[in-house]
Design a protein around this ligand. Structure first.
Ligand code: FAD
Length: 456
């Protein structure tokens, strides 16, 4: 088995970081990515500016690999998703060997989707000799050709981007949501000019939704007749902490959305749990559980993500029943039970599955929890790869202390209603924010102007 590669699912920030650690440890990675290039998911939100500065977005082993090619950590504060791809992820994939640069052998393959993982010649029910068997990874390429790869271990860094939550207030698609698909987008909009003069709804109370609201209210300011309605299950948006909010980026976002409300650029409709979509000739009517109906031309449903666990069906895995996160880290990230404070870094021990040699890392390891940070993932993959290399002391070590993120009071709190809800938890909304950035050497990185800071 030792001559087989470690298969890594996904060439996102975490899959590529895992590959860099594997190479550094002398283990051969094979990264399988369904997109056409490195960071395919990040590229889809390339227009969004990250709230983390460059030093917080670069994995140490990847940095070492890249620096050997003459690359230097980009300076210039807070990149957009597209800049993260161009300035770091694409060069990293090239240095690993993706057939685009000079690197050989090919360790990163694009347009290859993993469709299932199992133990070689053992279905899920078979105990006999199970852990001595290689993994078998089933794939399909862009031409529809199916294949199978044997692996000594598998690291699933597939993220959650491909599975946005539906708009329905009970977690299932609302009645009519599927039929209204061409009037609902689940992505943060970039160019919104086609909505000039129209009525647009944004559903969701987090930072992706706030981002969309700000893009659309900018349009409403320029194009009279444009209307924006912000539909919230809660009584107020997460991002509305304003001056009382201890986190500057979140406060800035709250200030901007509140200003838009005060100027009448957006109507906020609280306690609105979506029950039904009714397709109309020129748009869609959104109906709440309590019978309110609002007709709009287009809907942006930005209500978070959930992991694709379908490809894991033949593996013995342990996921938290509520969060669909790796069970061993769920308590640490669960917004239902977490008290305010630092989220501990998690490694191979917490991420271990009943199936030895299989790990879920990165955004996917967090399941539906909204608080994942790139730095957390880089520490995960460092520890997991150390474990796979047999360096159990390094695997057990924690090499990252995360600053406070505020993970409580999030989606796990009942969203309340027009009567006030339960937003006033100890630290309110989860925020993917790690405080002020510090460059290597301890030099603080200045943030972007407040009105450019955009969290998700
Ligand atoms: C809008 C936005 C802004 C964010 N801003 C920040 C920030 O400022 N700071 C921060 O620390 N974090 C931020 N995050 C969170 C997090 O760091 C990112 O989501 C990051 O991209 C997660 O990396 P990942 O590698 O785990 O997953 P992804 O980036 O989603 O990568 C997964 C990859 O796997 C591929 N894939 C999935 N399934 C398969 C399959 N079956 N077969 C083959 N390939 C597959 C996908 O195509 C994708 O390329 C942000 C997230 C979003 C959505």
């Amino acid at each position: 088995m030792s001559d087989l590669p470690v298969v890594v699912i996904g060439a996102g920030p975490q899959g590529l970081a895992a590959a860099a650690h594997l190479v550094e440890r002398g283990l051969e990675p094979l990264v399988l990515e369904r997109g056409a290039s490195a960071g395919a998911a990040v590229a889809e939100w390339g227009h969004v500016r990250l709230f983390s500065a460059w030093p917080e977005l670069v994995d140490p082993a990847s940095q070492r690999l890249l620096e050997a090619t003459g690359w230097a950590v980009p300076t210039g504060g807070y990149p957009t998703g597209a800049e993260w791809v161009d300035g770091y992820l694409a060069p990293l994939a090239s240095a690993l060997g993706d057939g685009v640069g000079d690197g050989t052998p090919i360790r990163v393959r694009y347009r290859v989707e993993v469709t299932g993982i199992s133990r070689h010649n053992r279905d899920k029910t078979v105990d006999d000799g199970r852990s001595e068997q290689a993994f078998t990874v089933h794939t399909v390429d862009a031409t529809g050709r199916e294949g199978r790869v044997l692996a000594r271990a598998v690291i699933d860094a597939g993220g959650t981007w491909s599975q946005p939550n539906p708009a329905g207030g009970d977690g299932l698609p609302a009645v009519g949501e599927t039929a209204a698909a061409d009037r609902i987008s689940y992505r943060i909009p970039d160019d919104v000019s086609s909505f000039a003069g129209r009525h647009v709804a944004v559903i969701g109370s987090g930072h992706s939704a706030a981002h969309a609201v700000l893009r659309l209210t900018d349009l409403a300011r320029r194009e009279p007749g444009t209307r924006v309605t912000w539909m919230l299950r809660r009584s107020a948006p997460h991002a509305d902490g304003g001056a009382a909010d201890a986190l500057p980026q979140r406060a800035a976002l709250g200030v901007r959305t509140r200003r838009a409300r005060e100027k009448g650029l957006v109507d906020v409709v609280g306690g609105f749990r979506v029950a039904e979509f009714r397709v109309e000739t020129d748009g869609v009517t959104v109906v709440s559980d309590d019978g309110r109906a609002i007709s709009v031309g287009q809907v942006f449903a930005l209500t978070g993500f959930r992991p694709d666990t379908g490809i894991l069906r033949e593996l013995r895995i342990d996921l938290d029943p509520a969060l669909e996160a790796v069970a061993g880290i769920a308590r640490e990230i669960d917004p239902n039970i977490h008290s305010c404070g630092t989220v501990a870094a998690t490694g191979a021990r917490e991420l271990a599955q009943p199936e030895p040699g299989f790990f879920i890392v990165g955004a996917k390891s967090y399941g539906r929890a909204p608080t994942f940070l790139a730095l957390t993932g880089y520490e995960q993959v460092r520890s997991v790869v150390a474990h796979l290399a047999g360096d159990h002391a390094a695997a057990a070590r924690t090499e990252l202390v995360l600053p406070e993120t505020g993970v409580c009071g999030g989606s796990g709190s009942f969203d309340g209603g027009t009567d006030g809800g339960t937003d006033a938890g100890c630290c309110a909304t989860p925020l993917l924010q790690i405080g002020s950035a510090t460059a290597p050497g301890g030099v603080p990185v200045p943030g972007p102007p407040a009105d450019e800071r955009m969290t998700i």
